[in-house]
Design a binder for this molecule. Structure first.
Ligand code: 5RP
Length: 224
């Protein structure tokens, strides 16, 4: 196991403190959340999960973690998810695993949002990680052209067979290679104004707690 994976594991284990029996828990997507699911199963926590991808649902089923559709619950107590990059203001980039749309819907319906990341994901300014944009396939060439003209260096994400990645909700992904996002809010507003964009991977003012796994665990709390 790599050091990065060990740090992801540490962050995932620390997140268990926020989960109690009887809770409805939003379950994110990715390798860090996968460690969390192992721990939930090992501890036999009696939770109801609301998942953010088919991958997470599959793993929950395999581990015997109960899962319900988001529309079957009247609230979500806490959502625990990974992130691709986190800045000093606890804003982040998500969608490396192509699950950003479901992740944002679950996050927006959760009382508390907790991110679990290893320390390599933390940067003072967002943009090192390519920003995923979920789009509809019709007219995607035009959208790519617009993003090229803006200097965003867009790349249509392809799967191993060289076909456009199709998300769990049936869309495609464009990754923007921005390197330095000086005003995430302004960029988010621009992206939201583009017809054909379903959702973007900028998660602004969403995380309440960020747990960073490294040699030590560091926890940031928005309310502090
Ligand atoms: O946003 C995501 C999926 O869409 C993931 O949370 C993000 O990619 C982090 O993944 P990992 O824990 O594997 O590093």
């Amino acid at each position: 196991m790599t050091k990065q994976d060990l740090f992801k594991q540490k962050a995932a284990r620390a997140a268990l403190d926020y989960i109690k029996d009887g809770m409805i828990v939003g379950l994110g997507t990715g390798s860090t959340v996968s460690f969390l699911l192992d721990y939930i199963s090992e501890k036999e926590l009696d939770i109801t999960g609301v998942t953010t991808s088919k991958d997470t649902s599959r793993k929950c089923r395999a581990l015997g973690i109960r899962v319900v559709d988001i529309d079957m619950v009247d609230h979500i107590d806490v959502t625990i998810d990974g992130a691709d990059e986190v800045d000093a203001y606890m804003n982040g980039i998500k969608g490396g695993g192509a699950a950003l749309l479901m992740e944002k819907i679950v996050a927006n319906n959760s009382k508390t949002n907790i991110w679990i990341v290893d320390e390599t994901k933390v940067h003072s300014v967002l943009g090192s990680f390519p920003l995923p944009i979920e789009i509809i396939s019709y007219g995607s060439g035009k959208l790519i052209q617009n993003f090229e003209e803006k200097g965003y260096h867009p790349v249509l994400r392809l799967d191993n067979a060289g076909n456009p990645v199709v998300t769990d909700t049936g869309h495609n992904i464009i990754d923007l290679n921005l390197h330095y996002i000086d005003n995430p809010q302004e960029l988010a507003e621009y992206l939201e104004s583009q017809v054909g964009v379903v959702e973007h991977g900028l998660f602004i003012n969403i995380a309440d707690v960020v747990i960073i796994g490294g040699e030590q665990i560091v926890t940031h709390n928005r309310k502090q």
